[in-house]
Design a protein. Structure first.
Length: 237
């Protein structure tokens, strides 16, 4: 427990951000959450956030005591100025520049900037995000170099000493499931599996072993493959 630090977790309602939230609750004496409505096609993730937060609080009394306010921010401007498969009803595909059209330019940069502004006002000292460059869709704003550069820019621009933490940066989805188990046991794994949302298409029909989703978009494929590997790793323990 880092008694001097307080954290603001970028919390979407998905697998990665829920794992990061549990990670933060194990380390910081006060933790708040922030979510963003940017006109995302999978806005169902915003609808599941309250249930996920309630589930996280119920896992451990200490977590419930440390978990503070949740902040929802309207960033619909981002959806209006972007033209992507996450903000428009178009097929998911690769672009000529080598990036998938699910990439929303400036999204994580804007998320971190707004989160830093809120953290400044709330007196929070750490920003926690689920960015990862080990097992991801190829987004440049998920890279470690981007987050390190952003931390420098934010602190220079606001005369602060904010720390940006990305606990998933160097692990894959299998290891993300394992981290959830180590942090919150079977209860957290089951909460992530049954309550969180990751699917880019917003599909929430049938419950698969790994959770809800279409099963074919990049986010579902990563989550499903990671869960299968996680189950295989449990079999050999």
């Amino acid at each position: 427990m880092q008694q001097s630090d307080t954290a603001l977790v970028l919390f979407s309602g998905g697998q990665d951000s829920t794992t990061c939230l549990a990670w933060a609750l194990e380390r910081y004496q006060r933790v708040e959450t922030i979510g963003f409505d940017y006109g995302q096609r999978h806005a169902i993730e915003l609808a599941v956030r309250p249930a996920v937060l309630a589930g996280v609080r119920a896992i451990a009394p200490a977590w419930g005591a440390r978990l503070g306010d949740d902040h929802m921010i309207d960033l619909s401007l981002l959806g209006k100025i972007s033209d992507t498969a996450l903000t428009s009803d178009v097929a998911i595909a690769m672009q000529a520049n080598g990036l998938p059209n699910t990439f929303v330019p400036g999204r994580n940069l804007m998320f971190m900037m707004v989160a830093a502004t809120l953290a400044y006002r709330r007196g929070l000292t750490v920003l926690v995000g689920g960015m990862c460059e080990t097992d991801f869709s190829g987004y440049p704003d998920c890279r470690d170099d981007t987050m390190k550069a952003l931390q420098v820019a934010l602190n220079l621009g606001m005369a602060t000493r904010l720390k940006v933490e990305t606990p998933l940066m160097w692990i894959d989805k299998n290891e993300t499931w394992q981290l959830a188990e180590r942090t919150g046991g079977a209860a957290l794994v089951d909460l992530i599996r049954t309550e969180t949302h990751t699917c880019y298409l917003g599909e929430r029909g049938a419950l698969h072993p790994w959770g809800y989703g279409c099963g074919s978009c990049p986010a579902c494929e990563l989550r499903a493959r990671g869960y299968q590997q996680y189950q295989q790793s449990k079999d050999v323990r």
